[in-house]
Design a protein around this ligand. Structure first.
Ligand code: IVH
Length: 650
């Protein structure tokens, strides 16, 4: 690599990273990125004097610190006054109206994470400081450089402070906790604590692993000339910061209420936790005129969403036995409504977690529920104990089959392969959406069929007969025939669904697709070397496949003979249609589930993506379409209604 090539490659890597981390729209695969990254790294090792400051390799973080150094914010970081309902909003608007005339408001989500102040000088990120008390925080510059959505360089040379929230996405948060539970480490209570804890790591390498995301919400010291806040923020986004998913400028009460309601309804569908909507006066001059109280600006307010953390009582701890035999404790709590759902159960992950939190039956606890965050106990209120609480005793026997449990540290397992809970859960998994997707074969039906002795494993499903079903309570002719039809419909399934349906430990949808891509149904013949050679496969996954095949080879082959899975190459070329080879995004509620429409479009050769970008060909929208629709309009992406889509196809 020459010096010129090196510079070009840095630009290319930066572009890939920007599309991946900021625009959420990858331009290439991880593999291509990693390869180029390592070539660049090799060059830098050879010529350390040539290393460019904005090289992505400079994001890995340096040596661990002993402690954080305090740092003063160039200008103060304020907090916000909270309001909770329409009445308080009206009062707040009235108050602002008395202070200034002719203003409009800028509304955006309030992200639940950790505040961070970024200072740029001469276009370079010079320092990053946590909020602290608003005047003095901690210098976390090293850690911040590992956050991919924080530009190391911006196209603006004056000194400027950019404020934002560091968050962890909900799915990432769940993933981190799963890993921590596996390692026997204490779990993070919620995504906010996970974000704050990761930002304040003394070892930047730990921060680098956590996939933190920076979302800018404001500007401190600056010499920008835009007179409107939303124009200033647009300027900030143009420097390579991530744009918040939804924001709007608006005139008054009715509109603000409507935006709030919509944001609140959609909050579960956001990747990050939101705890409200922030309303800010858009005119900078008016902001200056209004000024600040001792703690908060008079020109902004946080309109909070209902809490997702509530206090309840732990009634008992029950046990679940999964398809791999893992026994997990589940908390049964006093039913508690949280944002429209009554929570009765909460996850406890594993038995160590019960000990670590010293959870006792009868305790008052705080539970968290938010969208795809599984309800969980995040804190025990030990000061509320009255002596009636009872310690929990770990089980030694499987609650289902009574065989002795194996304590593997973080995991406790039933080792009996024929334990009915394992068998039934394996069958339920086989029929579930990401596997064979057999309509009508849910938990209840599988349990009945098993209990009545009609099925002992998934192979038996395919020899079920109508008479057998009709003999069962509540099985009418129509329902029974439908069930048999959908079981038969699993034949000729895509190969990866067959593999995924086997439920091999550590092999999920992605792993199954890779296996299918590399070997098809002949994955059962793959050697350890061949398995490890697959991108993303490690020792643990390879061993899991080998062990599963060793024990179940005959059953796998029998099942394959019945299902006759179709390998990708054998799939016939789809006929010409308006969606073939197009990238499509679905949003809003439609006449049937979006999953069904997705499958239909994929069968026509469309690529159905989760986020809108310039490369999207169509956004197909239903009722209550939200930010994706807005984004499509702003990017000039073609939008069509569900009916229009049907017309295009007819
Ligand atoms: S504006 C002067 N906007 O909420 C204005 N804050 O409760 C100060 N936050 O410390 C803050 N999302 O950490 C603002 N869109 C948003 C926000 C936001 C999250 C956090 C921020 C602030 C806290 C105040």
């Amino acid at each position: 690599m020459t010096k010129e090539e090196y510079q070009k490659n840095i630009e290319l890597l930066r572009k890939y990273a920007h599309y991946y981390y900021v625009l959420d729209d990858p331009l290439t695969t991880d593999e291509v990125y990693d390869k180029l990254y390592h070539e660049v790294l090799r060059f830098e090792e050879e010529y350390p004097n040539e290393v460019l400051e904005n090289s992505p390799t400079q994001r890995v973080g340096g040596v661990p610190l002993d402690k954080f150094i305090k740092a003063k914010h160039p200008s103060r970081m304020w907090s916000l006054e909270d309001i909770f309902n329409a009445e308080e909003l009206e009062k707040w608007l009235e108050k602002t109206g008395k202070l200034v005339d002719d203003i409009s408001f800028y509304c955006e989500p309030k992200f639940d994470g950790a505040s961070l102040n970024l200072i740029y000088e001469n276009g370079q990120l010079s320092q990053a400081i946590t909020r602290g008390d608003g005047v003095i925080g901690e210098d976390v510059t090293q850690n911040t450089k590992t956050i991919q959505s924080v530009p190391l360089q911006i196209d603006y040379l004056e000194k400027i402070e950019i404020r934002g929230e560091v968050v962890i996405f909900k799915d990432e948060f769940e993933q981190i906790n799963v890993e921590r539970a596996k390692m026997g480490e204490a779990l993070f209570a919620n995504p906010r604590n996970a974000a704050a804890g990761s930002l304040r790591q003394l070892d930047p390498k730990v921060t680098a692993k956590r996939n933190l995301v920076f979302l800018p919400y404001g500007i401190g010291e600056n010499s920008l000339e835009e007179k409107l806040l939303h124009k200033r923020m647009e300027r900030v986004y143009s420097w390579g910061f991530r744009e918040p998913p939804r924001r709007k400028t608006t005139a008054g009460f009715i509109e603000i209420e409507a935006i709030y309601e919509q944001m609140r309804e959609e909050r579960d569908s956001y990747s990050m936790m939101l705890d409200g909507m922030v309303i800010k006066v858009d005119q900078i001059e008016a902001q200056q005129e209004m000024g600040y109280t001792v703690k908060v600006p008079r020109w902004a307010v946080a309109y909070k969403f209902p809490a997702v953390e509530k206090i309840t009582t732990l009634k008992e701890i029950i046990l679940q036995v999964g398809r791999s035999g893992a026994v997990t404790p589940v908390a049964v709590v006093e039913p508690t409504p949280i944002e429209g759902v009554v929570v009765e159960r909460a996850s406890l992950h594993n038995f160590d977690e019960i000990d670590r939190k010293d959870i006792r039956i009868g305790d008052k606890v705080i539970i968290l529920r938010s969208g795809d965050v599984i309800p969980k106990i995040i804190k025990v209120l030990t000061h509320e104990r009255d002596g009636s609480q009872k310690a929990y005793i770990r089980p030694t026997l499987c609650p289902v089959c009574g065989s002795e449990l194996l304590d593997e540290g973080a995991l406790t397992k039933c080792q009996n392969l024929t334990c009915s809970a394992r068998v039934v859960n394996a069958m339920i998994y086989f029929a579930s959406k990401p596997c064979l997707n057999i309509d009508g074969l849910g938990d209840k039906i599988v349990e009945i069929l098993y209990r009545e002795g009609l099925i002992k494993n998934v192979i038996d499903l395919f020899s079920l007969e109508l008479d057998q079903l009709l003999a069962l309570d509540g099985f009418k002719e129509k329902k029974s025939q439908k069930l048999l039809d959908s079981i038969a419909g699993a034949k000729g399934c895509e190969c990866w669904r067959f593999i995924n349906g086997l439920g091999m430990e550590h092999i999920g949808e992605v792993g199954s697709k890779s296996l299918c891509e590399h070997f098809g149904v002949r994955f059962i013949e793959a050697t350890k070397e061949a398995l490890i050679a697959i991108d993303g496969f490690g020792e643990e996954m390879a061993n899991s496949v080998l062990e599963f095949v060793r024990v179940n080879k005959d059953d796998i082959q029998a099942l394959e003979a019945i299902l006759q899975p179709v390998e990708p190459a054998q799939k016939e070329e789809v006929a010409e249609n308006p969606f073939k080879a197009k990238t499509v995004v679905l949003t809003g509620s439609m006449s049937e589930s979006r999953g069904n429409i997705k499958t239909m479009l994929e069968s026509l050769g469309a690529k159905v993506s989760g986020s809108v970008s310039k490369k999207t060909d169509y956004v197909i929208y239903g009722e209550d379409a939200g930010s994706k629709y807005d984004k499509a309009v702003s990017l000039d992406v073609k939008t069509v209604t569900e009916d229009e889509m049907k017309e295009m196809l007819s």
